[in-house]
Design a protein around this ligand. Sequence first.
Ligand SMILES: Cc1cc2nc3c(=O)[nH]c(=O)nc-3n(C[C@H](O)[C@H](O)[C@H](O)COP(=O)(O)OP(=O)(O)OC[C@H]3O[C@@H](n4cnc5c(N)ncnc54)[C@H](O)[C@@H]3O)c2cc1C
Length: 488
Amino acid sequence: MRTHVKALVVGGGAVGASIAYHLARAGWDCTLLERDELTSGSTWHAAGLLPLFNMGYATSHIHDYSVKFYKQLEAETGLNAGFYVVGNLRMAQTRARMDEYMLYASTAETVGIPYEWMTPAQIKERWPLVRTEDLEGAIYHPTDGYINPADVTQAMAKGARQHGAEVMRRVQVDGYHWTGSAWIVSCTRMVERGGNLVPSEDSFEITAEHVVTATGNHAQRTARLLGIKIPAIPVEHQYIVTEPDPALRDYRAAGNPEHPVLRDADAKWYVREERGGWILGPYERNAPARFLYDVPESFRADLFPLDLERIEEEYMSMIHRLPSSETVGLKDDYNGPICYTPDGNPLVGPAPGLRNMWLAEGFSFGITAAGGTGYYLAQMMTEGEAEIDMASLDPKRYGDWMTTEYAARKNEEAYEHVYILHHPDEERAACRPLRTAPSYDRMKARGAQFGQVNGWERPNYFGPLDAPDSFDHDAQLPPRRLVAICGR
Ligand SMILES: Cc1cc2nc3c(=O)[nH]c(=O)nc-3n(C[C@H](O)[C@H](O)[C@H](O)COP(=O)(O)OP(=O)(O)OC[C@H]3O[C@@H](n4cnc5c(N)ncnc54)[C@H](O)[C@@H]3O)c2cc1C
């Protein structure tokens, strides 16, 4: 066991494994610690989708890198990560949604991500099981698909070892102390007792020049140990698996290729094939935040009970879109914690106010983001900066003003907004106003339309005095819709 390392990575999910891989590949002497088993956090139960679709520049680059990196991992490690390049069809029920996709397409072009436009007739011709008469069209990504999250994590961990990293399981980090030139990290070996994972009497220290935390659902404990705020709190996320669908089996038996990952953004779900049936993953309303202060010892690679009522609307809309799924029963269900941050972006970069401490927390698309996060974070650490602008992911965007309640409610909002039609520079309503200046009421009375910056309410512009609550939202709709509103 190494007691002095250049970099210590805490957390053996997809994200930590990728960071260890990329640091080791860059030539850094590196150890990865995992308190339980690799993938035992959120990684094991992810659906494995790798959506390239993204409105953000940094996250699009990160996802793009991951997809390319995962495709070459088997050649390097000999482990097949189970990557199915089936494509990704994102359907639109309205013109406004197509406008949103056009906005996205401009980001995709900047990053170099291939995409195609499809009409309802083209969709029907290629995938006849999909109901298309109420669609406006779709954007199609031919190069992404889905992967086995546990296998890709194990492959990255193996690659990390091949590049010289050490991977230690059943070791929990319990404290961090900065000496002025290095971190002394207190570690405890974990043991099983009565099905729980508990600390043993065996503890030791590791001295590390740099530390990266990638602790997933345990981010609140990590924040306490570091004495900082980290607004990464998980929300419940469910997906269900159906029994085999005879119509799908016939379609595949006729020699047709697998369906792409289907996304009906207006119905708020993704669907993909799974052993002759379908996986439905909805982003429904009212999914609650969990583990606001800590993950209980009894919760290991566990799940929450299914809440079918909460996803009834999305379930019915899947049946509408794929009529053959109406008669097939449910085979399996997953309801697990999925980490979020108030704006839905992960926290990647230097920990605020701490030397040589790096955060990689709050991943809601962590399987998709792991590869690229490891690559660009390793660049920041080993070269001083990444080759892309990582500012939108900087952990410093949340400061001491952030409260646990704020993070929990905002993260629930971010989850619910995954498939809401996004506008550039949108301002979201939950937990506002949080911090107001003495002039707030007077500015509001004069028509101020507020945005939030560092928790403060700040006027973005002044609108009409009698503006309805929806004024700012409506004003930010894409141009086609705006013309319709103004022309009314
Ligand atoms: C139902 C469901 C479906 C999903 N589907 C997808 C999908 O299709 N595509 C996608 O991209 N994402 C998906 N996700 C999200 C994805 O699972 C997560 O974003 C991803 O697993 C996060 O990886 P991570 O490495 O950040 O965290 P985790 O996998 O949670 O790993 C963190 C690790 O850190 C360890 N740890 C914590 N504290 C310490 C400590 N002090 N010392 C040592 N070790 C510690 C934990 O034991 C854990 O293993 C889904 C999530 C859910 C719930």
